[in-house]
Write a protein that binds this ligand. Structure first.
Ligand SMILES: [Zn+2]
Ligand SMILES: [Zn+2]
Length: 347
């Protein structure tokens, strides 16, 4: 028995594999390595938050005394702490808006319409689409067996070849702003990026949640950092090693805070101009964007409208945006004049 244990310790990989197999028998959901690493990341994130907050309260007794005098102040911090973690888990479990789901929703609506009308399907009496961009109400497309193809084709300018917007992996027609994610192995509507930290893609359906998560994480980092600084500045007797730990944690917290602040600003800019990270970074790779002038945001409907649509996007409603016409592009690429500023053209 002892010899077996020694051999096990000498071969750590085998030992770990066997231990893992034992646990997987009780938790079959952990058999997938991708889900396992994603779960490991989530546990690490929770631990990281607990360590930063725990050390602060363990070293800085003044905070506990302050909680007795001003309980609402400490309660607000813990509320933000819990809200950030909940936001993280909600965002990581949310769907970014997959093309296959949008296709399914379109087909269900199509079938429901056909049943309700009790008429044979025809390209003239069915005009159900997933959702209609309000600026282009005339863009409804007749639906039939290949309704999805017709819906997508109508979103592009006439004459665009089908192969230009057909995914070579999923073999589905991609609406504008869609990209195939190799990590998720699916096409994502309004693809922004695949977030390793959250273990999911960021797309049309969860970009707003993602923004709120960064916002809450930034606020939490800032608040924790302020308390760390006030600990170092406090006139209390403390050990040198406690100071050393707090300084190391404060440095890493400051780096994380700078990164989060930049990310928050960057995503706020994307929201206000109705762009995605992928569109901004890979503009030259996207066939319908590469010919446009650099400073033209083809999907922007004005700052206020962009903000409204971003914040008030209803879940399970897939918003398929058509490519703007050449006339609209020309209008948006026109340089700003004094009268444009007076009329708040950008809004
Ligand atoms: Zn695909
Ligand atoms: Zn992905």
């Amino acid at each position: 028995m002892v010899l077996k244990m020694i051999v096990d310790v000498c071969r750590p990989h085998d030992f770990l594999d066997r231990t893992m197999d034992r646990y997987i028998r009780f938790f079959p959901c952990l058999s997938d390595p991708v889900r396992r690493s994603s779960l490991g990341l989530k546990v690490a994130l929770v631990m990281l938050h607990l360590v930063y907050a725990g050390i602060l309260f363990a070293f800085y007794r003044h905070l506990i005394e302050e909680a007795k005098i001003k309980p609402w102040y400490t309660a607000s911090y813990f509320l933000l702490f819990v809200a950030t973690l909940i936001q993280y888990f909600v965002t990581s479990c949310s769907s970014p808006g997959y093309v296959l789901d949008a296709m399914r929703a379109a087909n269900e609506k199509d079938n429901a319409f056909r049943k309700a009308s009790k008429q044979p399907a025809s390209s003239k009496n069915v005009n159900v689409v997933v959702t209609i961009d309000r600026n282009h109400p005339e863009k409804t497309v007749p639906a039939d067996v290949t309704s999805w193809t017709k819906i997508v084709m109508d979103l592009y300018s006439p004459g665009t070849l089908l192969r230009n917007f057909t995914c070579s992996y999923c073999h589905v027609e991609q609406p504008p702003r869609t990209k195939h994610c190799h990590d998720c192995d699916r096409c994502v509507l309004q693809f922004d990026h695949h977030c390793v930290w959250l273990g999911t893609c960021i797309g049309q359906e969860n970009h707003c949640r993602f923004w709120w998560y960064i916002f809450e994480e930034t606020a939490l980092c800032l608040w924790t950092g302020i308390w760390y600084i006030s600990y170092l500045k406090a006139d209390i007797a403390r050990s040198w090693w406690k100071d050393a730990i707090v300084i190391v944690l404060l440095i890493t917290l400051s780096i994380a805070l700078i990164f989060l602040l930049l990310l928050l600003l960057f995503h706020s800019y994307l929201v206000l101009t109705n762009q995605t990270t992928y569109e901004l970074v890979r503009r030259r790779r996207i066939f319908y964007l590469r010919s446009l002038p650099e400073r033209v945001y083809p999907f922007s409907k004005g700052v206020c409208r962009n903000l409204y649509e971003f914040c008030c996007h209803r879940g399970n409603i897939y918003n398929l945006e058509p490519l703007p016409s050449a006339q609209v592009i020309e209008e948006r690429s026109r340089p700003y004049t004094c009268s444009d500023i007076m009329r708040c053209r950008c809004c």
